[in-house]
Design a protein. Structure first.
Length: 255
């Protein structure tokens, strides 16, 4: 992979509602998609008891295939230094129908999991990916460097959770406004960043929840790592989609 490609990434998002509707209806779209994904994912889906979980797992397979192909072909990508309209539009929306109709099995790279459960491509060390889901949406990131992604929101949060897991600076930032909606947005911005950081390093949220603390970036309306030295090795991408917060963290270091 070339140097330019190493600094690029693609974040995509999929509304899984059509799969849920199909599974509870004529099953045509669901069955078509199921037959496309690799055998190991089919087995995983069959082992799941909950229909919603089956649809999320199937959507993850579709989205990973689509995003890997799009990233490698450079048809839709952003750069870490990119501030173009294309990069600002990320995450790139992908429909279930589009992912199924353009599915290419040669991009079903074999995956494995590290010591803490982080998935990776076994035979493509220079290609990285991560997945997350919340409600009716699944998100995927494929990049030329270690990465993690998380999507959260549209649900209540407890102040006790913020007090327990966030730094004092983060906690006070959440509550320096009386607007409950803004408080919720700030909470989920921080939580998704912490999850994404933990997934990027591969150490898991339990090990990393206190490791990365965030503060408002004085040069933008975003957040940045409070430790500027650590921040030199990580890039942050945030987005809002249909009321949900999405955070991606990319690192220039191997873990």
């Amino acid at each position: 992979m070339g140097t330019d490609k190493m600094t690029q990434f693609l974040i995509s998002i999929m509304d899984i509602t059509p799969l849920s509707d199909s599974l509870s209806g004529d099953k045509a779209l669901y069955d078509k998609a199921f037959k496309l994904v690799p055998g190991h994912r089919q087995q995983k889906i069959c082992n799941l008891k909950n229909d919603a979980a089956k649809c999320r797992c199937l959507a993850a397979g579709l989205l990973l295939n689509y995003t890997t192909r799009a990233f490698i072909s450079s048809s839709v990508t952003g750069s870490l230094a990119d501030n173009t309209p294309l990069a600002k539009k990320l995450p790139f929306p992908v429909t279930v129908s589009d992912a199924a109709s353009t599915y290419m099995q040669e991009y079903d790279y074999e995956t494995a999991c590290g010591a803490n459960g982080k998935p990776y491509f076994k035979d493509h060390a220079d290609l990285h990916f991560n997945l997350s889901h919340s409600g009716n949406f699944a998100v995927c990131i494929v990049a030329g460097m270690p990465c993690g992604i998380d999507i959260e929101g549209n649900r209540p949060f407890k102040s006790s959770v913020a007090k327990r897991f966030f730094s004092k600076t983060e906690y006070h930032w959440i509550y320096d406004t009386e607007n409950v909606s803004v408080q919720a947005e700030r909470f989920f911005r921080l939580w998704t960043l912490k999850e994404a950081y933990a997934k990027a390093t591969g150490n898991g949220i339990a090990a990393e929840i206190h490791a990365a603390s965030y503060v408002p970036d004085t040069d933008s309306d975003g957040l940045c790592l409070a430790d500027s030295e650590t921040g030199k090795h990580f890039q942050i991408k945030e987005a809002e989609y249909d009321g949900l917060r999405i955070a991606a963290v990319l690192s220039d270091s191997a873990f």
